[in-house]
Design a protein around this ligand. Structure first.
Ligand code: ADP
Ligand code: MG
Length: 349
């Protein structure tokens, strides 16, 4: 009966609340990598080193040389709804950092063994260690040497949530997702040097890239020489909007939309409006069913784009979406115009 099924209302334990939040944020090892690296980027790091084992199921370690975390703040870093990035709604509206929700470390720590080292000083003998093992959520802090910056090691992902663990795919598949996450991150910040290792093997070693030539070299290292050999440079600026990067020649297309990267203020996003503008620009130069390749960066005032749409922050909302759409379309249409003229001349000949 209804009376029998009625249960009393209780507040979720912090651990359970975190595990529920983890369902949204921590889909697989690649999502852990994304969150840890975004924190390293937000900390102003110049160099980020990533170490993976067994497709991330065994170990995901991110080491940075950023600001570090004050010892007193360490337990907070692992608690839910605790962040150093915003303090008011006003700040949320113009947020420039990648994080601001204050739930990644808490979520990850509730479904894995998380160990964090940090040091805010230049004395490498200083430093602190804090761990969260998914059990009690109470974090313990103890002194431990670490150079300036932060290292976070995440081991045995989903060890205490067997239902989620079952959804982990093979090492190869998970590693594929990790590598894709790395590609997006390394494409998002050329001023940072990157190291990626998997199962003790060096995969990528990318030095900071300042000049256009160095940037192209990084893109080649991540997406292949083919990509840069068949791409046009884009660089357009209009009132408050800047678009730069590379678009593939209409003759260099793919069967799948698997080399399409669009960044808004350093954050990789998926957006219907953006996709539409790009499709329109390529409309009469692409063979039916083929997909263009591109790496594009849109920069605009953080105040006119809302990033607080989804926990993973893969979506954004533009205040003036019409303006953004038309700017993208016209910029790309123009960039492709020469190839269009070329194609027409070729067809006429
Ligand atoms: P958010 O990034 O949304 O603030 P997180 O759970 O990812 O939430 O991190 C919580 C806090 O821990 C951050 O606000 C930041 O102060 C601190 N933190 C986490 N990782 C790092 C890091 N690599 N370097 C410096 N501080 C960090
Ligand atoms: Mg974060």
């Amino acid at each position: 009966t209804a009376a029998e099924t009625r249960r009393r209302i209780q507040v979720l334990s912090p651990r359970l609340a975190n595990q529920i939040a983890a369902g949204e944020v921590v889909e697989r090892p690649a999502s852990v990598l994304k969150e840890l690296v975004e924190n390293a980027i937000d900390a102003g790091s110049r160099r980020i080193e990533i170490e993976l084992e067994a497709g991330g199921a065994k170990l995901i370690r991110v080491r940075d040389d950023g600001s570090g975390i004050d010892a007193e703040d360490l337990p907070l870093a692992l608690s839910r709804h605790a962040t150093s990035k915003i303090a008011t709604l006003d700040e949320l509206e113009g947020v420039a950092s990648l994080g601001f929700r204050g739930e990644a470390l808490a979520s990850i720590g509730s479904v894995a063994r998380l160990e964090l080292f940090s040091n805010v000083t230049d004395e490498p003998a200083n430093g602190w260690r804090v761990v969260a093992e998914g059990r009690d959520m109470a974090s313990r802090v103890s002194p431990a040497p670490h150079p300036r910056g932060t290292s976070v090691a995440v081991r045995d992902l989903f060890f205490n949530t067997p239902a989620r663990r079952k959804f982990l795919r093979t090492e190869k598949t998970e590693y594929g997702h990790l590598e894709e996450a790395f590609r997006r991150l390394a494409l998002s910040r050329y001023d940072i040097g990157w190291v990626l290792r998997h199962n003790q093997k060096g995969i990528h070693q990318l030095r900071p890239a300042a000049s256009l030539t160095e940037r192209r070299a990084r893109v080649a290292a991540l997406l292949g020489q083919e990509f840069v050999a068949n791409a046009l440079d884009v660089e357009v600026e209009a009132t408050g909007l800047r678009l730069w990067g590379w678009v593939g020649l209409p003759t260099h297309t793919r069967a799948q939309a698997d080399q399409q990267y669009f960044f808004v203020n350093g954050r990789v996003i998926r957006d219907r409006l953006v996709a539409h503008a790009v499709r329109q620009a390529y409309r009469d130069v692409l063979f039916h069913g083929r997909q263009p390749v591109f790496v594009l960066y849109l920069e605009l005032d953080p105040k006119v784009v809302d990033v607080n749409v989804h926990p993973t922050k893969h979506e954004v909302r533009f205040r003036d979406s019409r303006l953004v759409h038309d700017f993208l379309f016209s910029s790309l249409h123009r960039a492709l115009a020469d190839t269009r003229a070329g194609a027409a001349a070729g067809a006429a000949a």
